[in-house]
Design a binder for this molecule. Structure first.
Ligand code: S3P
Length: 414
């Protein structure tokens, strides 16, 4: 895929529906009594993996356009599951299945097979779960076991790990408590509460007791992680401006807006609404030169998936942008510290990598070149945004991977 530079970018549009919320709406409704309708669902590769897994476990699911109807079952059947490229499907499902009396194995593609799973099976074993990994990775096998609550202090900042423990907690005796050092996305807590679970937050600690879930209709807002690419386009193209309508504005996800504001972008939100979660329209306007930014550990959970995009935008600023406390990037769909740095270098930029981050030496722009996405959707899309402001444009290999989280991305930006 070749992306040409643009002279102007001035658009008002919608973005892809939220991936995290779609996963949860499908998975939790599949485990609930009754039927639910999920509208504006994301039907990218990862969420399709979740749908396929839940069907195999016995839920009845119908997809019609972007509407997904789910008839749940309180009683899953044994299954062999393929989570594809999706860490969220794998980790959340491992927690959900641990106390439900089923035997299941969960496997996935070559990228998923490199990703750490003991962070989930470790705490689940402490709860009495019979879950085993293959050298710490998928295939994971889950066998029937009786679970009990634990009081768990998170060692990695991960909403997937937190969610897995909470989902096991709704099938466990006693109270399950999870404490985080920094709040990660809280979609699981909000949705479980709305589905009738006995769940409560106190500061950075969430407690849950054994609960039955009731089905819940969900209208999924736009994904701020996908909107970020459009905001990024407004940042790298001279006099860029964009309004993205109906984007989820859960405060645990909005770190990208703070960083773009700190760079000198004018960011405003408008038309607020609240369905399953708060949402609104985001407008981003580039007003003059971009300033470099600093991202530290405490910021990372609120913008973890946006770092490749922010890093390429940093190459359009004047000066050094510093990212630290982001070692988790090394265990995403690719090693995103190295693949992000390789992307920026391939386009003529300068980056130094660190074990837990990188320094991007911004020189006000990029020349362009040839980028390998390494099959990572967020690298492919970040490279495309970098190309829009570049001198010569960019050839991107593995561009198809964008469909994991943002079907229609290429039509939207080309
Ligand atoms: C997600 C949590 C994050 C994020 C991923 C989606 C979720 O992963 O990177 O894309 O939906 O819970 P971690 O929990 O591993 O940080």
């Amino acid at each position: 895929m070749f992306i040409r530079p643009l002279k102007s970018f001035d658009k008002t549009l919608e973005t892809a529906p939220d991936k995290s919320i779609t996963h949860r709406a499908v998975m939790f409704n599949a485990a609930a009594e009754g039927s639910a309708v999920i509208t504006n669902a994301l039907l990218g590769g990862d969420c399709r993996s979740t749908i396929a897994c839940m069907e195999r476990l016995g839920a009845r699911i119908e997809v019609d356009g972007s509407t997904v109807k789910v008839r749940g079952t309180a009683c899953f059947r044994d299954a062999v599951l393929d989570a594809g490229n999706s860490g969220t499907t794998t980790r959340l499902l491992t927690g959900l299945l641990a106390g439900r009396g089923v035997s299941a194995t969960i496997d996935g593609d070559d990228s998923l097979r490199t990703r750490p799973m003991k962070r989930v099976t470790g705490p689940l074993s402490l709860m009495g779960a019979d879950v085993t990994t293959t050298d710490g990775k998928v295939p994971i096998s889950v066998r029937p076991a009786a679970l009990h609550g634990i009081d768990y202090m998170m060692s990695v900042a991960s909403a997937q790990v937190k969610s897995a423990i909470l989902l096991a907690g709704i099938g466990a005796d006693g109270v399950t408590k999870v404490t985080e050092r920094t709040l990660s996305r809280d979609h699981t807590e909000l949705m479980l509460k709305a589905m009738g679970a006995d769940i409560m937050r106190n500061g950075l600690t969430v407690s849950v007791k054994r609960s039955e879930l009731h089905s819940l209709d969900v209208r999924v807002p736009g994904d701020i992680s996908s909107a970020a690419f459009l905001l990024g386009a407004a940042a790298v193209v001279k006099d860029g401006r964009v309004t993205v309508r109906g984007v989820g504005l859960n405060p645990t996800r909005t770190g990208v807006l703070d960083v773009l504001s700190s760079m000198g972008m004018e960011i405003t939100t408008d038309n607020p609404g609240c369905g399953a979660e708060p949402y609104g329209d985001i407008t981003a306007v580039r007003c003059g030169e971009l300033r470099p930014f600093t991202i530290t550990e405490k910021d990372v959970p609120s913008l973890i998936d946006e770092i490749p995009l922010l890093a390429i935008v940093a190459a359009y600023a004047e000066g050094d942008s510093v990212i630290s406390g982001a070692g988790e990037l090394r265990v995403k769909e690719s090693d995103r510290i190295e693949t992000t740095a390789a992307m920026i270098r391939a386009m003529g930029g300068e980056v130094e990598t660190r074990p837990d981050g990188m320094i991007i030496k911004g020189r006000g722009g990029l020349t362009g070149g040839k980028v390998d996405s390494f099959g990572d959707h967020r690298i492919a899309m970040s490279a495309a945004i970098g190309a829009l402001g570049s001198r010569n444009g960019c050839e991107i290999t593995g561009a198809d991977s964008a469909a994991i989280s943002y079907p229609g991305f290429w039509e939207t930006i080309c």
